[in-house]
Write a protein that binds this ligand. Structure first.
Ligand SMILES: Cc1cc2nc3c(=O)[nH]c(=O)nc-3n(C[C@H](O)[C@H](O)[C@H](O)COP(=O)(O)OP(=O)(O)OC[C@H]3O[C@@H](n4cnc5c(N)ncnc54)[C@H](O)[C@@H]3O)c2cc1C
Length: 366
């Protein structure tokens, strides 16, 4: 089968030649780069590719073309190749193209935009095109399914089986589910030396077998930190949704020893959506089921110390509050996170406040 196509339309011949050369250099081994100077030629090519049953991974266009705008062209290209990603070149300072691009993005007519001129291609052009190609490959399954890091073998309608699947999906751990009564399920159980089980059995990629493990044990087995490593922290943030991630990252960037506690999955509610475009820390249009699905971009992950669900530790010694009256030790256990046991990650023995800032911190809340 022919290599997937990457079609680029630009009226300026010099720019088109430069684009062609840059894209050939980096992507030519895996994609056929097809330059076109007019949208009419490009659309003819796209029709031919469709008739030939060939794949188109990415279509890039300048906004200002002969006879139609880049956005209009991309809409027509989408009708011919619905899975192809679409990118628009916007020249710096071109407010009209910028407005058209933003509107197209809001209407779902555009997947990315690229600034022109782009300078050394490594800085902007290649990363943007690579990301778009990666999204295309993931969304079309072109590269095949990811390896199953965890195989769940369990009763099909067991709530616990569902919980494991949900937890692994939200944490971007590729996994497969096998009904314990199915042929594959029985074979996997036999391979692990087990008979059909009433509870879910988790077979890890490295041969470890966990029978209906508590969540924290599964998290540990997958390399997640479930206990804070430092004895004392300056700031503890409960919940790694967008708000917690932002707070923890900025606290850590200010040099505060920061602990971020999350009971389910980094990304919070945002991790349940299939597509998110406008959250801090998320790649543009990152798909929740991609790898990493709802995981924020790497810059989030480097700063704070992370911790995942752990059994509720006994609050002995209790939280010490230092000089900051907010929140007080007395208030903590009463907060919403105290309800389910594992959410009380509250990490009582680990927290100590050397200093903290909070609105109204100077006066103790009543
Ligand atoms: C399906 C869906 C699609 C969405 N799409 C968009 C969108 O496209 N654009 C947009 O702007 N917004 C979107 N939203 C809304 C957006 O996701 C939320 O506004 C945002 O996630 C709120 O962030 P948060 O950090 O305040 O809270 P949350 O995202 O709710 O995060 C709170 C985190 O705290 C954790 N937690 C709670 N209690 C404890 C505890 N006791 N111990 C440890 N951890 C705890 C939870 O597990 C959770 O991870 C969407 C929401 C959903 C559900």
């Amino acid at each position: 089968m022919a290599k997937p196509a990457l079609v680029v339309v630009y009226e300026d011949r010099e720019v088109l030649a430069a684009l062609d050369q840059a894209l050939q250099t980096r992507f030519g081994a895996d994609y056929q780069i097809i330059p076109a100077a007019t949208p009419t030629v490009a659309l003819d090519t796209l029709r031919q590719l469709r008739q030939a049953g060939e794949q188109v991974a990415l279509v890039l266009a300048d906004q200002w073309l002969a006879g139609m705008t880049g956005v209009e062209f991309l809409c027509q290209a989408h009708a011919l190749h619905p899975t192809a990603k679409r990118g628009l070149f916007i020249t710096y300072g071109d407010a009209a193209a910028g407005t058209a691009g933003l509107q197209a993005m809001a209407l779902g007519q555009l997947d990315l935009y690229l600034n022109a001129p782009w300078g050394p291609p490594e800085l902007q052009l290649y990363p943007a095109v690579s990301e778009a190609l990666s999204q295309w490959a993931r969304s079309t399954g072109t590269l095949g399914p990811p390896p199953e890091l965890v195989r769940i073998v369990g009763p099909r309608f067991s709530p616990r089986s569902h919980e494991f699947r949900d937890l692994l999906a939200r944490n971007s751990i590729s996994h497969g589910f096998y009904d314990a009564e199915s042929e594959d399920g029985r074979r996997l159980l036999a391979h692990a030396g087990l008979e059909a089980a009433g509870s879910p059995v988790l077979l890890l990629f490295d041969g470890r077998v966990l029978v209906d493990p508590p969540t924290d044990r599964l998290a540990q087995a997958l390399g997640v930190q479930t206990r804070p490593t430092l004895g004392r922290y300056d700031v503890a943030v409960i919940g790694a949704g967008p708000a917690g991630l932002a707070a923890a990252t900025y606290a850590a960037s200010e040099g505060l020893r920061t602990l971020l506690l999350e009971r389910e999955a980094v990304g919070g509610q945002a991790g349940t959506t299939s597509l998110i475009r406008n959250h801090l820390g998320f790649h543009a249009a990152s798909a929740a089921r991609s790898w990493p699905p709802a995981r924020p971009s790497r810059r989030w992950c480097s700063a704070p110390s992370w911790s995942m669900p752990s059994p509720p530790p006994a609050c002995d010694p209790p939280i010490r509050t230092g000089s900051c009256p907010w929140p007080t030790a007395a208030r903590w256990p009463a907060a919403p996170w105290s309800s389910p046991p594992e959410s009380a990650t509250a990490a009582c023995p680990f927290l100590a406040w050397r200093s903290c800032w909070a609105p109204g911190c100077s006066t103790a809340p009543r």
